[in-house]
Design a protein around this ligand. Structure first.
Ligand SMILES: Nc1ncnc2c1ncn2[C@@H]1O[C@H](COP(=O)(O)OP(=O)(O)OP(=O)(O)O)[C@@H](O)[C@H]1O
Ligand SMILES: O=C(O)[C@H](O)COP(=O)(O)O
Ligand SMILES: [Mg+2]
Length: 404
């Protein structure tokens, strides 16, 4: 069923609430990768140029303390959006209340406003989790601020939060239009194609650090994939499940049984690291050494896949016609541990007439910083969202958008 798209909606003179995914890698107020900001610009520009008043909502990071609020304000993202789009962006340092309402009422046709991080509602000692638990009152409040809602946050579509699902529900209840943005439309078209008519051999590459978030996705990717390469922080729970020594590597003890079950179900489809680059601590200053085999010394942690594993993954990728990659093969932000991500990304980029898709905030940042992004077919702005979409799940953020 085709979704209503922003170009189907009259936005002139309207207050247009727009959910984007500006959950970008950020350190000391410096945006590490702008893929998600650049991806949102076409829809923002379209609404602005058609006389809409653009009111942007996004989350950034996960808020566990008041301390986090300093590091995870969207203020620097507003400046980066203005720089990249060439359009003035007004940042409002709150996400509810009079200051925000006054700022919205002062908007003129074509103006753009970004409110503060929607998860600043989520400090545990402050009403619990209103955004990420989809408090209906919060969705209703945000919906009351606008005449139209555009969801362009594909990266957040696997979440059922107040700022994507709750607001949609409230807008529809009030008879106000809810449509997809152009980025959302493109991701659905592209990833949907990879899912509905996958061209084999289909290889999934999984890495990164969100083991508990993503390990479950593997189950549904087993029937679709011919091979599942597991590297990065994802790998060690599986290696432990096979009885190997993993030292101080990233490890989710409560997922070992699931890993055993997945290994059994996947047969030889799952390909795990056979050697590692290890260090005594998570630091680029630490001495990095290469293990002979799969076992990791007790006082070391694996921070990248080793050369034998790179070769194994490269050989498995040969001839692939569809490759989907989420999660770096190592702690690539540190140069000593970037080789695995670089070499696997290069192997993807060197494939001929294959559909190669990378998804994930850090994965797309890695692909770009390592200079392989332009060799890939599609840079998805979704991380977990692209994985869940590929496994055929209904994503609440998409499901909540009105159909044509
Ligand atoms: N072996 C490892 N040990 C510890 N951390 C690792 C290891 N390999 C990769 N990482 C970390 O994984 C993180 C990225 O994982 P993550 O799952 O967030 O990927 P992503 O592409 O950003 O996906 P998403 O968009 O879903 O967050 C990086 O910060 C990297 O340092
Ligand atoms: O980076 C992502 O996967 C999305 O922005 C969702 O972020 P979350 O995992 O913190 O909900
Ligand atoms: Mg990430």
């Amino acid at each position: 069923m085709a979704k209503l798209i922003v170009s189907d909606v009259d936005v002139k003179d309207k207050k247009v609430l727009m959910r984007v995914d500006f959950n970008v890698p950020i350190k000391d107020g410096v945006v590490g990768d702008t893929n998600r900001i650049v991806g949102a610009i076409p829809t923002i520009k379209y609404v602005s140029e058609h006389g809409g008043k653009v009111i942007l909502l996004s989350h950034l990071g996960r808020i566990k303390s008041d301390e986090d609020k300093k590091a995870l304000s969207l203020k620097p993202v507003a400046a980066k959006l203005q720089e990249l789009s060439g359009m003035p962006v007004k940042f409002v340092p709150v996400n509810e209340g009079k200051e925000l309402e006054d700022a919205i009422n002062e908007l003129k046709d074509g103006d753009i406003l970004l409110m503060e991080n929607t998860r600043f509602q989520d400090i545990d000692n402050d009403f619990g989790k209103r955004e990420s638990k989809n408090d209906p009152k919060l969705g209703e409040y945000w919906a009351s601020l606008g005449d139209v809602f555009i969801n362009d946050a594909f990266g957040t579509a696997h979440r059922s939060h107040a700022s994507n699902v709750g607001i949609s529900t409230a807008m529809k209840a009030a008879g106000k239009p809810v449509a997809a943005g152009f980025l959302m439309e493109k991701e659905i078209k592209f990833l949907g194609n990879a899912v509905d008519n996958p061209v084999h051999p289909f290889v999934t590459i999984l890495g990164g650090a969100k083991v508990s978030d993503k390990i479950g996705v593997i189950e549904n990717l087993i029937p679709k994939s011919d091979h599942i390469l597991i590297g990065g922080g994802m790998a060690y729970t599986f290696l432990a499940a096979q009885g190997h020594k993993i030292g101080k590597s990233l490890f989710e003890a409560d997922k070992v049984e699931l890993a055993k079950d997945l290994l059994q179900k996947a047969g030889d489809k799952i390909v795990l690291p056979v050697d590692h680059i290890v260090a005594k601590e998570f630091s680029n200053d630490a001495e990095a050494t290469t293990t002979d085999g799969v076992d990791i010394p007790d006082d070391e942690m694996a921070l990248d896949i080793g050369p034998k594993t790179v070769k194994l993954f490269q050989d498995t990728l040969k001839g692939a016609k569809t490759v989907v990659w989420n999660g770096p093969m190592g702690a690539f932000e540190m140069s000593k541990f970037a080789e695995g991500t670089l070499e696997v990304g290069r192997a993807m980029g060197n494939l001929t007439d294959a559909i190669t898709i990378v998804g994930g905030g850090d994965s797309t940042a890695a692909a770009k910083s390592l200079g392989i992004a332009d060799k890939l077919t599609h840079i998805s702005t979704g991380g977990g969202a692209s994985l869940e979409y590929l496994e055929g799940k209904v994503l609440p953020g998409i499901d909540s958008i009105s159909n044509k």
